[in-house]
Ligand binder design. Structure first.
Ligand code: IMO
Ligand code: MG
Length: 419
Protein backbone atom coordinates (compact mmCIF):
# COMPACT_ATOMS: atom_id res chain seq x y z
CA UNK A 1 0.00 0.00 0.00
CA UNK A 2 1.09 3.57 -0.66
CA UNK A 3 2.72 5.12 2.39
CA UNK A 4 1.50 8.40 3.77
CA UNK A 5 3.57 11.41 4.76
CA UNK A 6 3.71 14.54 6.88
CA UNK A 7 3.78 18.07 5.46
CA UNK A 8 4.46 21.03 7.70
CA UNK A 9 3.18 24.63 7.51
CA UNK A 10 5.32 27.12 9.45
CA UNK A 11 5.52 30.88 9.85
CA UNK A 12 8.80 32.44 8.70
CA UNK A 13 8.39 35.83 10.37
CA UNK A 14 6.94 37.12 13.67
CA UNK A 15 3.62 35.27 13.35
CA UNK A 16 0.44 36.33 11.54
CA UNK A 17 1.84 35.31 8.17
CA UNK A 18 -1.48 33.81 7.08
CA UNK A 19 -0.76 30.24 8.17
CA UNK A 20 -4.40 29.67 9.12
CA UNK A 21 -5.61 30.65 5.67
CA UNK A 22 -3.01 28.48 3.93
CA UNK A 23 -3.84 25.48 6.14
CA UNK A 24 -7.53 26.09 5.45
CA UNK A 25 -6.89 26.04 1.70
CA UNK A 26 -4.65 22.98 1.91
CA UNK A 27 -6.49 20.87 4.45
CA UNK A 28 -8.97 19.28 2.04
CA UNK A 29 -5.99 17.23 0.81
CA UNK A 30 -5.11 15.94 4.28
CA UNK A 31 -6.81 13.34 6.44
CA UNK A 32 -5.33 14.68 9.69
CA UNK A 33 -4.29 18.23 10.70
CA UNK A 34 -2.23 18.64 13.88
CA UNK A 35 -1.26 21.59 16.11
CA UNK A 36 2.12 20.80 17.69
CA UNK A 37 3.07 23.87 19.79
CA UNK A 38 1.83 27.11 21.29
CA UNK A 39 -1.65 27.54 22.68
CA UNK A 40 -4.47 30.06 22.65
CA UNK A 41 -1.93 32.79 21.84
CA UNK A 42 -2.37 31.81 18.18
CA UNK A 43 -5.07 33.55 16.18
CA UNK A 44 -5.73 31.79 12.89
CA UNK A 45 -8.12 33.80 10.79
CA UNK A 46 -10.19 32.09 8.13
CA UNK A 47 -13.04 33.47 6.07
CA UNK A 48 -16.01 31.18 5.55
CA UNK A 49 -18.65 32.54 3.21
CA UNK A 50 -17.15 36.02 3.62
CA UNK A 51 -17.44 35.80 7.41
CA UNK A 52 -14.34 36.21 9.59
CA UNK A 53 -13.58 33.38 12.03
CA UNK A 54 -10.60 33.21 14.36
CA UNK A 55 -9.43 29.87 15.74
CA UNK A 56 -7.00 29.81 18.66
CA UNK A 57 -6.60 26.14 19.54
CA UNK A 58 -8.55 23.84 17.25
CA UNK A 59 -6.60 23.20 14.06
CA UNK A 60 -8.03 25.02 11.06
CA UNK A 61 -8.49 21.65 9.31
CA UNK A 62 -11.69 21.15 11.34
CA UNK A 63 -13.52 23.22 8.72
CA UNK A 64 -13.25 20.39 6.20
CA UNK A 65 -15.71 17.59 6.94
CA UNK A 66 -13.38 14.80 5.92
CA UNK A 67 -10.38 15.96 7.92
CA UNK A 68 -9.75 14.92 11.51
CA UNK A 69 -7.71 17.15 13.78
CA UNK A 70 -5.41 16.69 16.75
CA UNK A 71 -3.78 18.74 19.47
CA UNK A 72 -0.40 17.19 20.20
CA UNK A 73 1.64 17.15 23.40
CA UNK A 74 3.73 20.21 22.47
CA UNK A 75 0.66 22.46 22.77
CA UNK A 76 -0.43 24.02 26.07
CA UNK A 77 -4.18 23.55 26.31
CA UNK A 78 -6.62 26.02 27.85
CA UNK A 79 -9.82 23.96 28.14
CA UNK A 80 -11.93 27.08 28.70
CA UNK A 81 -10.88 28.50 25.32
CA UNK A 82 -11.36 25.07 23.77
CA UNK A 83 -14.90 24.86 25.18
CA UNK A 84 -15.84 28.21 23.64
CA UNK A 85 -14.29 27.23 20.34
CA UNK A 86 -16.15 23.92 20.18
CA UNK A 87 -19.45 25.59 21.08
CA UNK A 88 -18.89 28.38 18.56
CA UNK A 89 -18.01 25.99 15.73
CA UNK A 90 -20.90 23.66 16.49
CA UNK A 91 -23.27 26.67 16.49
CA UNK A 92 -21.94 27.52 13.02
CA UNK A 93 -22.79 24.02 11.85
CA UNK A 94 -19.26 22.60 12.00
CA UNK A 95 -19.24 19.15 13.56
CA UNK A 96 -16.39 19.07 16.09
CA UNK A 97 -17.29 16.41 18.63
CA UNK A 98 -15.83 13.06 17.69
CA UNK A 99 -13.49 14.60 15.11
CA UNK A 100 -10.72 15.87 17.34
CA UNK A 101 -8.03 14.17 19.42
CA UNK A 102 -5.86 15.42 22.25
CA UNK A 103 -2.62 13.85 23.40
CA UNK A 104 -2.47 12.41 26.94
CA UNK A 105 0.65 14.50 27.53
CA UNK A 106 -0.77 17.91 26.59
CA UNK A 107 -0.19 20.30 29.52
CA UNK A 108 -3.16 22.27 30.82
CA UNK A 109 -3.18 26.08 31.09
CA UNK A 110 -4.88 27.06 34.35
CA UNK A 111 -6.44 30.40 35.39
CA UNK A 112 -3.42 31.10 37.64
CA UNK A 113 -1.15 30.89 34.59
CA UNK A 114 -3.19 33.49 32.75
CA UNK A 115 -3.35 35.69 35.81
CA UNK A 116 0.42 35.58 36.27
CA UNK A 117 1.02 36.29 32.57
CA UNK A 118 -1.15 39.43 32.85
CA UNK A 119 0.57 40.59 36.05
CA UNK A 120 4.02 40.02 34.58
CA UNK A 121 3.04 42.13 31.57
CA UNK A 122 1.78 44.95 33.80
CA UNK A 123 5.20 45.05 35.46
CA UNK A 124 6.91 45.41 32.08
CA UNK A 125 6.97 42.10 30.22
CA UNK A 126 7.72 41.55 26.57
CA UNK A 127 4.22 42.21 25.22
CA UNK A 128 2.72 38.72 25.53
CA UNK A 129 -0.85 37.82 24.59
CA UNK A 130 -1.60 37.14 28.30
CA UNK A 131 -2.86 33.64 27.54
CA UNK A 132 -0.70 32.04 30.24
CA UNK A 133 1.68 30.49 27.72
CA UNK A 134 5.04 31.15 29.42
CA UNK A 135 3.93 30.13 32.96
CA UNK A 136 2.32 26.93 31.60
CA UNK A 137 5.52 25.88 29.80
CA UNK A 138 7.55 26.81 32.86
CA UNK A 139 5.54 24.34 34.93
CA UNK A 140 6.23 21.64 32.34
CA UNK A 141 9.98 22.12 32.71
CA UNK A 142 9.60 22.33 36.48
CA UNK A 143 8.00 18.86 36.14
CA UNK A 144 4.76 19.52 37.96
CA UNK A 145 2.48 20.37 35.09
CA UNK A 146 -0.97 18.83 34.95
CA UNK A 147 -1.28 17.03 31.65
CA UNK A 148 -4.60 16.18 30.02
CA UNK A 149 -4.21 12.43 30.63
CA UNK A 150 -3.70 12.97 34.36
CA UNK A 151 -7.49 13.02 34.77
CA UNK A 152 -7.40 9.25 34.32
CA UNK A 153 -5.70 8.83 37.70
CA UNK A 154 -7.59 10.83 40.32
CA UNK A 155 -5.07 10.36 43.15
CA UNK A 156 -2.08 11.32 41.07
CA UNK A 157 -4.01 14.26 39.59
CA UNK A 158 -4.93 15.65 43.03
CA UNK A 159 -1.40 15.39 44.37
CA UNK A 160 0.16 17.32 41.46
CA UNK A 161 -2.63 19.86 41.41
CA UNK A 162 -1.85 20.62 45.06
CA UNK A 163 1.81 21.25 44.17
CA UNK A 164 0.88 23.42 41.25
CA UNK A 165 -1.57 25.52 43.21
CA UNK A 166 0.90 25.96 46.05
CA UNK A 167 3.67 27.13 43.73
CA UNK A 168 1.48 29.33 41.56
CA UNK A 169 -0.15 30.95 44.58
CA UNK A 170 3.32 31.85 45.84
CA UNK A 171 3.90 33.53 42.47
CA UNK A 172 0.60 35.43 42.72
CA UNK A 173 1.56 36.55 46.24
CA UNK A 174 4.84 37.83 44.85
CA UNK A 175 2.83 40.08 42.54
CA UNK A 176 0.57 41.14 45.42
CA UNK A 177 -2.43 39.49 43.76
CA UNK A 178 -5.27 37.47 45.24
CA UNK A 179 -4.51 33.77 45.56
CA UNK A 180 -6.75 31.09 44.04
CA UNK A 181 -8.45 28.57 46.29
CA UNK A 182 -8.08 24.88 45.48
CA UNK A 183 -11.87 24.61 45.43
CA UNK A 184 -12.32 27.29 42.78
CA UNK A 185 -9.54 25.82 40.61
CA UNK A 186 -11.19 22.39 40.85
CA UNK A 187 -14.60 23.85 40.00
CA UNK A 188 -13.14 25.55 36.96
CA UNK A 189 -11.41 22.34 35.92
CA UNK A 190 -14.57 20.25 36.35
CA UNK A 191 -16.51 22.72 34.21
CA UNK A 192 -14.20 22.24 31.23
CA UNK A 193 -12.70 18.75 31.52
CA UNK A 194 -15.29 17.39 29.06
CA UNK A 195 -13.39 19.19 26.31
CA UNK A 196 -10.54 16.68 26.40
CA UNK A 197 -11.66 13.65 28.43
CA UNK A 198 -13.28 11.83 25.52
CA UNK A 199 -10.66 12.95 23.01
CA UNK A 200 -7.55 11.58 24.74
CA UNK A 201 -5.11 9.47 22.74
CA UNK A 202 -1.44 9.15 21.81
CA UNK A 203 -1.22 11.62 18.93
CA UNK A 204 2.21 10.37 17.92
CA UNK A 205 0.74 6.90 17.34
CA UNK A 206 -2.31 8.42 15.63
CA UNK A 207 0.10 10.00 13.13
CA UNK A 208 1.92 6.66 12.73
CA UNK A 209 -1.35 4.84 11.95
CA UNK A 210 -2.41 7.55 9.56
CA UNK A 211 0.86 7.30 7.63
CA UNK A 212 0.76 3.51 7.56
CA UNK A 213 -2.74 3.68 6.13
CA UNK A 214 -1.57 5.96 3.32
CA UNK A 215 -2.98 9.14 4.89
CA UNK A 216 -1.62 12.65 4.49
CA UNK A 217 -0.91 14.56 7.71
CA UNK A 218 -0.49 18.31 7.93
CA UNK A 219 1.25 20.10 10.80
CA UNK A 220 -0.26 23.53 11.49
CA UNK A 221 2.39 25.77 13.00
CA UNK A 222 1.52 28.71 15.22
CA UNK A 223 3.51 31.93 15.74
CA UNK A 224 6.63 32.26 13.58
CA UNK A 225 10.31 31.43 13.36
CA UNK A 226 11.46 34.73 14.86
CA UNK A 227 9.33 33.97 17.93
CA UNK A 228 10.99 30.58 18.60
CA UNK A 229 12.13 30.34 22.21
CA UNK A 230 15.67 29.24 21.23
CA UNK A 231 16.26 30.53 17.72
CA UNK A 232 13.99 33.59 17.66
CA UNK A 233 14.58 37.10 18.87
CA UNK A 234 15.02 36.21 22.56
CA UNK A 235 13.69 37.42 24.99
CA UNK A 236 10.95 38.89 22.76
CA UNK A 237 9.68 35.45 21.82
CA UNK A 238 6.97 32.99 22.69
CA UNK A 239 7.82 30.03 24.95
CA UNK A 240 7.59 27.19 22.43
CA UNK A 241 9.48 25.86 19.41
CA UNK A 242 7.88 27.34 16.34
CA UNK A 243 10.36 25.86 13.86
CA UNK A 244 10.47 22.51 12.03
CA UNK A 245 12.25 20.82 14.94
CA UNK A 246 9.31 21.87 17.12
CA UNK A 247 6.93 19.85 14.95
CA UNK A 248 9.00 16.68 15.37
CA UNK A 249 9.24 17.15 19.13
CA UNK A 250 5.76 18.53 19.70
CA UNK A 251 3.85 15.89 17.74
CA UNK A 252 6.26 12.95 18.01
CA UNK A 253 7.56 11.74 14.64
CA UNK A 254 10.90 11.28 12.88
CA UNK A 255 12.28 13.32 9.99
CA UNK A 256 12.00 10.53 7.42
CA UNK A 257 8.20 10.89 7.14
CA UNK A 258 8.41 14.61 6.32
CA UNK A 259 7.65 15.32 2.65
CA UNK A 260 7.31 19.11 2.34
CA UNK A 261 8.01 22.10 4.55
CA UNK A 262 5.83 25.05 3.61
CA UNK A 263 7.24 28.33 4.92
CA UNK A 264 4.66 31.11 4.95
CA UNK A 265 5.72 34.76 4.79
CA UNK A 266 3.92 38.00 4.04
CA UNK A 267 5.00 40.30 1.19
CA UNK A 268 5.92 42.66 4.06
CA UNK A 269 6.60 42.05 7.76
CA UNK A 270 4.52 42.59 10.89
CA UNK A 271 5.28 42.19 14.56
CA UNK A 272 3.07 42.37 17.67
CA UNK A 273 4.63 43.10 21.03
CA UNK A 274 8.04 44.47 21.89
CA UNK A 275 11.48 43.91 20.35
CA UNK A 276 13.75 45.28 17.63
CA UNK A 277 12.37 45.48 14.09
CA UNK A 278 14.98 46.72 11.57
CA UNK A 279 12.64 47.41 8.63
CA UNK A 280 9.83 48.91 10.72
CA UNK A 281 7.89 51.74 9.08
CA UNK A 282 6.72 54.65 11.16
CA UNK A 283 5.41 56.64 8.23
CA UNK A 284 2.43 56.82 5.93
CA UNK A 285 3.50 53.68 4.05
CA UNK A 286 3.32 51.80 7.35
CA UNK A 287 -0.12 53.24 8.05
CA UNK A 288 -1.28 52.33 4.58
CA UNK A 289 -0.06 48.73 4.78
CA UNK A 290 -1.62 48.28 8.24
CA UNK A 291 -4.93 49.66 7.01
CA UNK A 292 -5.18 47.77 3.74
CA UNK A 293 -3.74 44.61 5.27
CA UNK A 294 -6.08 44.84 8.27
CA UNK A 295 -3.11 44.41 10.58
CA UNK A 296 -4.79 44.13 13.93
CA UNK A 297 -4.05 41.17 16.22
CA UNK A 298 -6.55 38.33 15.84
CA UNK A 299 -6.06 37.32 19.49
CA UNK A 300 -5.58 40.62 21.30
CA UNK A 301 -6.83 43.24 18.82
CA UNK A 302 -3.52 45.11 19.18
CA UNK A 303 -2.32 47.11 16.19
CA UNK A 304 0.54 45.24 14.55
CA UNK A 305 3.82 46.97 13.80
CA UNK A 306 4.55 46.97 10.07
CA UNK A 307 7.73 47.03 7.95
CA UNK A 308 9.21 46.18 4.55
CA UNK A 309 10.11 42.60 3.68
CA UNK A 310 13.43 41.67 5.20
CA UNK A 311 15.40 39.17 3.08
CA UNK A 312 18.34 38.62 5.49
CA UNK A 313 15.90 37.39 8.16
CA UNK A 314 13.79 35.48 5.63
CA UNK A 315 16.88 33.61 4.47
CA UNK A 316 17.71 32.71 8.07
CA UNK A 317 14.17 31.36 8.58
CA UNK A 318 14.36 29.29 5.41
CA UNK A 319 17.62 27.75 6.55
CA UNK A 320 16.53 26.90 10.08
CA UNK A 321 13.32 25.22 8.90
CA UNK A 322 14.68 23.55 5.77
CA UNK A 323 11.82 25.11 3.81
CA UNK A 324 11.10 23.32 0.53
CA UNK A 325 8.00 25.33 -0.45
CA UNK A 326 7.95 29.06 0.34
CA UNK A 327 4.47 30.60 0.28
CA UNK A 328 4.02 34.37 -0.02
CA UNK A 329 0.80 35.94 1.28
CA UNK A 330 -0.92 39.33 1.09
CA UNK A 331 0.90 40.52 -2.01
CA UNK A 332 -2.31 42.32 -3.04
CA UNK A 333 -1.83 44.80 -0.19
CA UNK A 334 0.74 46.52 -2.43
CA UNK A 335 -1.78 47.12 -5.23
CA UNK A 336 -1.44 50.74 -6.34
CA UNK A 337 1.76 51.44 -4.34
CA UNK A 338 4.11 53.82 -6.13
CA UNK A 339 7.18 52.35 -4.46
CA UNK A 340 7.84 49.15 -2.51
CA UNK A 341 11.13 48.64 -0.68
CA UNK A 342 12.88 45.34 -0.09
CA UNK A 343 15.76 44.91 2.41
CA UNK A 344 18.47 42.98 0.57
CA UNK A 345 21.23 43.22 3.16
CA UNK A 346 22.13 44.71 6.50
CA UNK A 347 24.88 47.14 7.20
CA UNK A 348 26.69 47.05 10.51
CA UNK A 349 29.96 48.82 11.35
CA UNK A 350 30.67 49.43 7.67
CA UNK A 351 30.15 45.77 6.66
CA UNK A 352 27.27 44.23 4.72
CA UNK A 353 25.49 41.02 5.74
CA UNK A 354 23.15 38.90 3.59
CA UNK A 355 21.92 36.78 6.47
CA UNK A 356 21.88 37.41 10.18
CA UNK A 357 20.94 35.65 13.41
CA UNK A 358 17.97 37.38 15.03
CA UNK A 359 19.86 38.30 18.20
CA UNK A 360 18.53 41.41 19.90
CA UNK A 361 22.04 42.86 20.13
CA UNK A 362 22.49 42.54 16.35
CA UNK A 363 18.99 43.58 15.25
CA UNK A 364 19.31 46.74 17.31
CA UNK A 365 22.50 47.74 15.50
CA UNK A 366 21.89 46.91 11.84
CA UNK A 367 20.59 49.27 9.15
CA UNK A 368 18.73 47.70 6.26
CA UNK A 369 19.96 48.32 2.72
CA UNK A 370 16.96 48.64 0.41
CA UNK A 371 16.22 48.11 -3.24
CA UNK A 372 13.12 49.89 -4.54
CA UNK A 373 10.48 48.50 -6.87
CA UNK A 374 7.77 50.38 -8.74
CA UNK A 375 4.77 49.49 -10.90
CA UNK A 376 2.53 47.54 -8.53
CA UNK A 377 -0.96 47.24 -9.91
CA UNK A 378 -3.63 44.74 -10.91
CA UNK A 379 -2.32 42.19 -8.40
CA UNK A 380 -5.77 41.17 -7.18
CA UNK A 381 -6.96 40.39 -10.68
CA UNK A 382 -3.97 38.33 -11.83
CA UNK A 383 -4.88 34.72 -12.61
CA UNK A 384 -1.34 33.53 -13.32
CA UNK A 385 2.09 34.97 -12.61
CA UNK A 386 2.29 36.13 -16.21
CA UNK A 387 -0.56 38.54 -15.46
CA UNK A 388 1.51 40.44 -12.88
CA UNK A 389 2.82 43.88 -13.80
CA UNK A 390 6.57 44.16 -14.47
CA UNK A 391 7.27 45.68 -11.05
CA UNK A 392 5.61 42.77 -9.26
CA UNK A 393 7.43 40.23 -11.42
CA UNK A 394 10.76 41.90 -10.60
CA UNK A 395 9.92 41.93 -6.89
CA UNK A 396 9.13 38.19 -6.90
CA UNK A 397 12.17 37.33 -9.00
CA UNK A 398 14.48 39.27 -6.66
CA UNK A 399 13.15 37.39 -3.63
CA UNK A 400 13.49 34.00 -5.34
CA UNK A 401 17.00 34.79 -6.51
CA UNK A 402 17.99 35.82 -2.98
CA UNK A 403 16.55 32.81 -1.15
CA UNK A 404 17.53 30.41 -3.91
CA UNK A 405 14.15 28.64 -4.05
CA UNK A 406 11.10 29.21 -6.24
CA UNK A 407 8.12 30.59 -4.35
CA UNK A 408 5.69 27.67 -4.56
CA UNK A 409 2.47 29.64 -4.04
CA UNK A 410 1.38 33.25 -3.83
CA UNK A 411 -1.87 34.34 -2.21
CA UNK A 412 -3.33 37.69 -3.09
CA UNK A 413 -6.65 38.33 -1.54
CA UNK A 414 -9.31 36.45 0.33
CA UNK A 415 -10.66 34.38 -2.50
CA UNK A 416 -9.55 30.79 -2.63
CA UNK A 417 -7.03 30.72 -5.43
CA UNK A 418 -3.29 30.55 -4.96
CA UNK A 419 -0.97 31.17 -7.88
P1 IMO B 1 -0.20 33.33 15.23
O1 IMO B 1 -0.26 31.82 15.34
C1 IMO B 1 1.80 37.04 16.33
C2 IMO B 1 3.80 37.18 20.23
C3 IMO B 1 3.25 38.15 21.24
C4 IMO B 1 4.51 38.48 22.03
C5 IMO B 1 5.26 37.16 22.06
C6 IMO B 1 5.05 36.36 23.32
O2 IMO B 1 -1.51 33.97 15.06
O3 IMO B 1 0.81 33.73 14.20
P2 IMO B 1 3.05 34.86 24.26
O4 IMO B 1 1.63 35.20 24.58
O5 IMO B 1 3.18 33.79 23.21
O6 IMO B 1 3.88 34.56 25.47
O7 IMO B 1 3.66 36.21 23.63
O8 IMO B 1 4.77 36.42 20.95
N1 IMO B 1 2.82 36.23 19.67
C7 IMO B 1 2.31 36.32 18.44
N2 IMO B 1 2.45 37.26 17.48
N3 IMO B 1 1.03 35.95 16.07
C8 IMO B 1 0.91 34.98 16.99
O9 IMO B 1 0.30 33.81 16.71
C9 IMO B 1 1.51 35.16 18.26
N4 IMO B 1 1.55 34.44 19.40
C10 IMO B 1 2.37 35.09 20.24
O10 IMO B 1 2.69 39.28 20.62
O11 IMO B 1 5.30 39.41 21.32
MG1 MG C 1 -2.26 35.76 14.79
Amino acid sequence: MKKGYVDVVLGLQWGDEGKGRIVHLFSKDYSLVVRFQGGANAGHTVYIGGKKNVLHLIPTGILHNNTRVAIASGVVLDPEVLAHEIEFLESEGVKVKGRYFIDYRTPIVFPFHKKEDGLFEEKGGIGSTKRGIAPAYRDVYQRFAIRAGDVLDKKHFESILKKQIEFNNAVLRHFGAKELKEKEVLEWFDRYRWTFEDALCDVSLLIKDEIENGGAVLMEGAQGTLLDVFYGNYPYVTSSHTILGGALIGAGFGHSVVRRVYGVFKAYVTRVGKGPFPTELNDENGEKIAKIGDEYGATTGRKRRVGWLDLPLLKYAIWINGVTHPVMTKLDVFDGFLRVNLAVSYEMSGKQYEMISPLTSLLERVSPVYESFTDFHGIKYARTRDDFSDGVKKYIRRIEEFIGIRIASISKGREDNLI
